[in-house]
Design a protein. Structure first.
Length: 648
């Protein structure tokens, strides 16, 4: 049986404790060695300050903390701890000191020593600025020679570093009040992390112009610090007014009279484990009202026709079309001729061909032209699409030949740089920013996000061969949160921001298995780590089913007062409205929904019924929900990572 923590986030261990700190007028959170959400009143100044150790493939080596000591007062704090980053050949030990004083200054320093010789692409502080508060806002950058440059945080996603050679940056957070950040111990530069779906601008150490990886010799000492302080152009008492601003209560307002956005096509990837779908799985997938399934075909591999046949058999059984991702080599012309022979024999119904080249991160026009020549006469209605099979950054840095395409695509996942629950939640709003930025160079072309996964399927930036997973660990593309309530909430949030942005299609996850929407009857092959129930439907299955029941309808944009805590999707079809609310936090919350009719149906999905929803999804879904009388508004009591569905 699954524990409460496993229902929440797939892991038996509880999440790291959160401590609320204050430095004079500033508030912030301390968690697992990091400072997060540094605010003045309701204004977020910095999203996070932390130390990162990255291996030669940009993999993050997690720290183990010990000897944590805390002195926390009403308006100040002093914390110290020791940390070890140990993984394979990497062994780095460091000590941290975090101070916040009553005048509003925060100082974070670390001193560490390499206990082995290793290769690292990055070692040191990362400082994150939030997007919502900073995008388009003026700033000033201080350089190592003491000079200062005026700049602006990018509104649209910058493909390359907006600021270089940094020892400090400050920006105006309120009229007359500035936040200054000072770095020591290395030269820093900034990247727009929205390229990789992160919800921040990241300032990091060791300029990329110096190359990577760097050899860190055993015995090397590294010391760095980050200081945040406030500066007022006039009387510092101005801080008090900002610091005492009360945040809005948690809630949503439903407006059903305004225009909506057509719902995107919704699909799943075929299961990577290769096992065919059984009748029970087919029945459950039919309930999702999907439009397509995606299959990946590497045309230089001899077994791709078998994968195509199986995918088409499953699509036929579900009455769906195929989204076919073709991976070409330099022998593309011959490969496409062979493919054409295969599809003439199999006769699959294809709604989109996605064209990629195995040596290109963003597909060049020559391969698209070859594919169009070979495939368009098979079915003139099928889209010829391309872009990148990787992160948006590849598309942003090497723009697609839009004039040659019917559709542009990129993939999305929330775990390129950070892996904790809070960081994953931060990616959700960024999904809309990416669509807005893509529109600047693809215009009105249909946009397909495919696939959307919880983890990266492969590392496009590896500089050496990826090591095999260590014993007792999952494959890098698998996340235990796939089976959890948190996974359901993240899925709902990703759908919200992408669908409200008007994308054409979304392809999520896989059909079955530990990267799918339900477990196979055989169960997990690493059941001691990925503790899914054999044959169970994951909570995110019910999110997609609730959305699928409104296929062909529209989504109504709706704003959350606290989007990092709770989000809402509003759907409408044939006079019926459905709201789905998700608590994205590990604490219970109360959220008020207004603009409702006087009578609604309400259903929760939380720790009290999650097991039932997994083991008997059909029985869980058959009741329409409890009938509730309302005065036009409803206050929901949401348990940690709970979801609520409101129909009226």
């Amino acid at each position: 049986m699954l524990t409460q923590n496993e229902l929440y986030s797939g892991q038996s261990m509880p999440l790291p404790a959160i401590k609320h700190l204050r430095a004079g007028p500033l508030t912030m959170i301390y968690q697992a060695g990091d400072l997060r959400y540094l605010k003045l009143g309701d204004q977020e100044i910095l999203r996070r300050i932390y130390v990162a150790v990255r291996d030669q493939n940009w993999g993050t080596v997690p720290p183990g903390l010990s000897n944590v000591r805390e002195e926390i007062a009403a308006d100040s704090f002093h914390l110290t701890y020791q940390a070890e980053n140990k993984q394979r050949e990497i062994d780095f030990f460091w000590q941290a000191t975090l101070r916040g004083d009553a005048q509003g200054t925060v100082h974070f320093t670390f001193e560490g020593q390499a206990r082995s010789t290793f290769l690292s692409n990055r070692l040191g502080f990362c400082v994150l600025h939030p997007i919502r508060e900073c995008a388009g806002r003026a700033c000033r950058v201080t350089h190592p020679d003491g000079s200062v440059t005026d700049g602006v945080f990018p509104k649209y996603i910058s493909p390359h570093q907006p600021f270089l050679e940094m020892t400090g940056i400050d920006h105006e957070i309120q009229p007359g009040v500035w936040a200054e950040v000072i770095f020591t111990g290395d030269i820093f530069e900034m990247e727009d992390q929205r390229n990789w779906t992160d919800g921040s601008y990241k300032t990091y150490c060791t300029p990329l112009r110096l190359g990577f990886p760097h050899e860190i010799k055993a015995g090397t000492w590294i010391t760095q610090s980050v200081t945040l302080r406030l500066r007022a152009e006039a009387d510092q008492r101005k801080w008090a007014a900002f610091a005492n601003v009360q945040e809005e209560p948690l809630g949503f307002h439903m407006e059903t009279s305004g225009p909506g956005v057509p719902l995107p096509r919704l699909g799943l990837g075929v299961a990577s484990h290769g096992q065919p779908l059984n009748p029970k799985e087919l029945n459950r997938l039919r309930a999702l009202n999907l439009s397509h399934v995606r299959v990946d075909l590497k045309l230089s591999e001899a077994d791709y026709p078998a994968r195509l046949r199986q995918a088409w058999q499953e699509a036929q059984a579900l009455n769906l079309s195929l989204e076919v991702a073709l991976f070409l080599s330099d022998q593309a012309e011959a490969e496409l001729q062979a493919l054409r022979h295969e599809i003439e024999a199999i006769k699959p119904r294809v709604w989109t061909w996605l064209i990629f080249h195995i040596e290109e991160k963003s597909t060049s026009e020559q391969w698209i032209s070859l594919a169009r020549h070979a495939l368009s006469s098979y079915d003139a209605q099928a889209h010829i699409g391309s872009g990148t099979n990787s992160n948006f950054t590849e598309l942003n840095r090497s723009r697609p030949p839009a004039q040659s395409l019917d559709l542009v695509c990129y993939s999305a996942n929330p775990q390129v740089h950070a892996f904790d629950n809070a960081s994953l939640v931060e990616t959700l709003e960024t999904l809309a920013d990416i669509v807005e930025s893509a529109r600047q160079f693809i215009g009105s072309l249909p946009l397909a996000i495919t696939p959307i996964t919880l983890k990266q399927r492969a590392n496009p930036d590896a500089t050496a061969r990826e090591a095999e997973p260590e014993p007792g660990t999952l494959p890098r593309s698998v996340d235990v949160r796939q089976m959890s309530l948190f996974g359901a909430g993240w899925t709902l949030g990703s759908f919200k921001y992408l669908a409200e942005s008007g994308v054409h299609s979304l392809t999520y996850y896989e059909t079955t298995g530990w990267r799918g929407v339900m477990e196979t009857d055989a169960g997990s092959s690493s059941s001691e780590i990925f503790r899914s129930l054999p044959g169970a439907a994951f909570p995110l299955y019910h999110v997609l089913a609730d959305i699928g029941e409104f296929a062909g309808g529209e989504i109504l944009p709706i704003r959350s007062t606290h989007p990092l805590q709770c989000i809402c999707v509003a759907l409408r079809k044939l006079g019926q409205t459905r709201m789905i609310v998700a608590n994205l936090q590990a604490e219970s919350c109360s959220v008020t929904v207004t603009g409702l009719t006087t009578q609604v149906r309400l259903r929760y999905l939380d720790e009290t019924n999650a097991l039932e929803s997994m083991q008997s999804p059909e029985a869980f879904r058959s009741p329409l929900g409890e009938m509730v009388q309302t005065p036009g508004q409803l206050t929901l009591q949401l348990r940690p990572y709970a979801l609520a569905r409101i129909d009226f």
